[in-house]
Design a protein around this ligand. Structure first.
Ligand code: BTN
Length: 231
């Protein structure tokens, strides 16, 4: 896979989508800094120097049904979580659908977008960033360096994440059960009442089901959450 590196770029995600439209395949775009990074729901994503900001393209195998595509974003979360545990020896949580938290604070955001038969996967990882730089963007964010005192090789981590994601995509049909089990074992806010944008209400977080939906209890009644986020 070709690695396209920028010292600074507006957004790796936007650049990947542009190259994809031009017919380019099998590449990753990584930048030391982004001046206009995007998060889910069009939110701004702060990306100062030291972090790992990259986007890559996974081409969907023809055997993968459409309704399993959103499941892929959960699988990416599991891949990243497992690698962060390996690189940093720390305990992480997954906030459904795909934020990764360390000590309750966000260290990674994932943005997967389906463009025809391709999945554009953007990952923002607060690796070697100073927390004070992140606070400018998000008071609830922290960095892996701040929390563990450990600096890692961003390039090495990126390559392992991409390899893991491609392998998960190819084995999504057979590994579904494992992915759900992994998420539920580290699901953030389990048993707690949180506000869910999808329901526009607070509900108790229960677990993720076999289709990747979040099961919650709203006044004791089981509900399935397909979209939105837990606040
Ligand atoms: C989120 O939590 O809202 C998802 C954030 C995704 C941010 C990454 S950083 C690399 C890639 N380029 C972007 O502009 N966004 C994603």
């Amino acid at each position: 896979m070709e690695v396209i590196h920028f010292d600074e770029i507006e957004s790796t995600q936007k650049y990947v989508k542009m190259l994809l439209k031009e017919g380019k395949r099998d590449f990753v775009v990584v930048a030391d800094m982004q001046s206009d990074g995007t998060g889910r729901y069009g939110r701004n994503w702060g990306a100062p120097k030291g972090g790992l900001w990259f986007s890559f393209v996974c081409t969907k195998p023809v055997t993968l049904p459409d309704d399993l595509v959103s499941f892929f974003t959960l699988a990416v979360g599991v891949v990243v979580k497992n690698l962060l545990e390996k690189f940093y020896a720390c305990e992480l949580q997954i906030k459904w659908p795909n934020d990764i938290l360390l000590d309750g604070k966000k260290v990674c955001g994932i943005l997967c977008e389906k463009i025809e038969e391709n999945l554009v996967c953007g990952i923002g990882l607060n690796t070697n960033v100073l927390a004070e730089e992140l606070k400018v963007y998000n008071a609830m964010a922290t960095s892996l360096f701040e929390e563990t005192g450990k600096k890692v090789d961003n390039r090495e981590l990126m390559i392992q994440i991409i390899e893991g994601c491609i392998s998960k995509l190819n084995n999504l049909l057979t590994e579904g059960e494992y992915i759900v089990k992994e998420i539920n074992s580290v699901l953030a806010y389990k048993g707690e009442k949180r506000y869910l944008t999808y329901l526009d209400k607070e509900a108790e977080i229960v677990e993720v089901d076999g289709s990747g939906r979040l099961i919650v209890l709203e006044d004791g009644v089981q509900k399935f959450v397909f979209a939105g986020e837990v606040v």
